[in-house]
Ligand binder design. Structure first.
Ligand SMILES: *[C@@H]1O[C@H](CO)[C@@H](O)[C@H](O)[C@H]1NC(C)=O
Length: 363
């Protein structure tokens, strides 16, 4: 009796340890594959990822159904099997929408405004995910922009969750994962209107787009850290956005921190004055990480802002290199976030940033 009691106690505590251990391990090391980037799916190295997002499926504004363009049909339909043949544990999600500007945002707003069009979106998305073997769906509505939009966003994800659960019980398959890419700073879009409770209750997690805070388009006359983790002199930073998301009531364990695999270029007014916030003649737009590396600038890491920058002649680049990527991922881990994701993986240079991010998170 005494023995068997002890025995079952041990079994229960072992079980609790296993449960605790497995919940502690759940994490996202995510990356978006952008179909127009030119990177073949077969050239993706999935070993640095737990989740890969296939971007983007489209919203048909007439039918409110989710569709895959004919140009992308072949690569999207084989995406999951190509990835999972190499890394069977990697989950794939079909991303819908993207940064298509205000016209696309308006189409999402219209779709979300009526129960019947939400149903068209939801039912078609689930069918498309299953027909193409994805493990989940990712909503990239950039951005809901009014209180009405946000209420409708809440209705959409609530009904989406219910439909996904119903489909799982009727098909007997694991439920599709549901995520959304959301604003990463008040600098980009007001965060306080997002329906935090609906998100907490109905999405598996959100990808917080903590980048593009200080771009060379927005600030053409001063060099900037485009996505600083900290900002001692200003309001906006990665930390600002993440802190606001926690304040909305979304559990930390449902927040993935966004890592930009690109930076912004400026032309310096004086090549000898090349620190952060130096005077610039003009902004020269976004540049891929691999193109910055190939240009061969002198690289500096600034730990106050947690950013890298590089300069060569009058060319100046604000961006994330291995040091700032590693520091951001450590921040995500130390703060108990779900993990991180990158936009987008083709811009990496021989998987250097993907690898350093994965190592900084650990296992
Ligand atoms: C980062 O850059 C700012 C602005 O130039 C500067 O004040 C600060 O000292 C730098 N931090 C480090 C650690 O060099």
């Amino acid at each position: 009796m005494a023995y068997s009691k002890k025995h079952s106690f041990l079994r229960i505590s072992t079980l609790l340890m296993v449960l605790h251990f497995s919940s502690a391990k759940a994490a996202i090391k995510g990356g978006y594959w952008y179909s127009d980037s030119g990177l073949a799916v077969s050239d993706i190295n999935p070993s640095y990822f737990t989740h890969l997002f296939c971007a983007f499926a489209d919203l048909d504004p007439n039918s409110n159904q989710v569709t895959i363009s004919s140009a992308h049909a072949a690569s999207f339909s084989t995406f999951t099997q190509t990835i999972q043949a190499k890394s069977s544990s990697v989950k794939t999600l079909l991303s819908i929408g993207g940064g298509g500007g205000s016209a696309l945002a308006a189409q999402f707003a219209k779709m979300a405004s009526q129960a019947s069009s939400r149903k068209s979106f939801i039912d078609s998305s689930i069918k498309l995910a299953r027909d193409n073997n994805f493990n989940g769906l990712d909503l990239d509505w950039e951005y809901p922009s009014s209180n009405t939009d946000m209420t409708n966003f809440g209705s959409l994800i609530k009904e989406w969750r219910a439909a996904v659960a119903a489909e799982a019980s009727s098909s007997g398959k694991p439920a599709l994962l549901l995520s959304a890419a959301v604003g990463g700073s008040d600098q980009i879009t007001p965060l306080q209107y997002y329906p935090g409770q609906d998100i907490a209750n109905n999405l598996d997690w959100v990808n917080v787009m903590t980048y593009d805070l200080f771009t060379s388009d927005g600030y053409p006359t001063t060099t900037q850290p485009p996505a600083p983790l900290k900002n001692p002199t200003g309001q906006f930073s990665v930390d600002e956005g993440i802190t606001k998301w926690i304040g909305l009531g979304v559990p930390k364990s449902k927040l993935a921190l966004g890592l930009p695999f690109y930076g912004y270029k400026w032309s310096l007014s004086d090549p000898n004055i090349h620190g952060l916030f130096s005077k610039a003649n003009q902004g020269l737009g976004a540049v891929k990480y691999k193109d910055i590396k190939n240009a061969g600038p002198q690289i500096v890491y600034n730990s106050t802002y947690v950013t890298n920058y590089g300069f060569k002649g009058t060319d100046w680049y604000g961006y994330d290199d291995t040091q700032s990527i590693s520091a951001k991922v450590s921040y995500a881990k130390q703060n108990g976030l779900f993990g991180y994701f990158s936009w987008h993986i083709e811009q990496d240079s021989n998987w250097a940033l993907s690898q350093v991010a994965s190592q900084a998170w650990g296992t």
